[in-house]
Design a protein around this ligand. Structure first.
Ligand code: ZN
Length: 221
């Protein structure tokens, strides 16, 4: 039997059709990075997979994004959410969190929806403050295929970058780390070898302070 993965508890409410393969996959997952103390700040992320990203790719990408946030002492908990009215009953945890200001919202979009934002094709995501982060999956796939990169690594970094925008607010790009405006292929390649892009100490402190404030104020991020 495989040892338990400490991060497996951080995903909630896969739809039943994915349940078996998901739990089989989890059963043999080993931590991708050395285990350290669990962060104290918990942050739910309502995740809407409109792009129908395969579950093994999404899970792996979420592990990368979660690790980037864990290094900023923030523990992400992924909560699957319905992408149509007919699925609402399958995702009770997400439904319970609707309107809960403590949770972030992440929407992974197919190109048919991404095109509506009229952004250059090089934009892999966008964040609307106090609302949600959006990641454009087909663009992540194109970049990954074109440059021979790991799709979960690229997807995980783009998710972390966009969620970072939600927590850090406007003007949150930086010259180094995960909040660089122009995330280039070489950084993803370094991440494939284990050197993830991370938040700076100052960015981590700002996010932690915002989370702590928000826990008291219960206002949207
Ligand atoms: Zn950005």
């Amino acid at each position: 039997m495989c040892p338990a993965n400490a991060r497996s508890k951080s995903r909630i409410s896969r739809p039943p059709s994915f349940a078996l393969s998901f739990f089989l996959a989890l059963a043999c997952l080993r931590p991708l990075w050395p285990e350290t103390a669990e962060p104290q700040l918990k942050l739910p992320v309502r995740t809407y997979n409109y792009a129908d990203v395969p579950s093994h790719i999404l899970l792996n990408a979420e592990q990368h994004a979660a690790e980037i946030f864990r290094r900023a002492d923030i523990d992400l908990a992924w909560i699957d959410c319905p992408v149509s009215r007919s699925e609402i009953e399958k995702f009770p945890v997400c439904t319970q969190l609707t309107g809960d200001a403590r949770a972030l919202t992440l929407k992974i979009l197919p190109e048919s929806m991404a095109a509506g934002y009229a952004l250059p094709i090089t934009n892999l995501g966008v964040t609307i403050q106090h609302h949600a982060s959006f990641v454009f999956y087909q663009r992540v796939q194109l970049l990954s295929n074109d440059k021979g990169l790991s799709e979960p690594v690229v997807l995980g970094h783009i998710i972390a970058h966009e969620l970072g925008h939600l927590l850090l607010g406007e003007g949150s790009h930086s010259l180094k780390g995960i909040m660089m405006e122009d995330l280039r292929s070489r950084y993803f390649r370094q991440a494939e070898r284990g050197t993830l892009l991370t938040f700076s100490t100052e960015q981590a402190q700002r996010m932690q302070a915002r989370l702590q404030e928000q826990m008291v104020a219960k206002k949207p991020y």
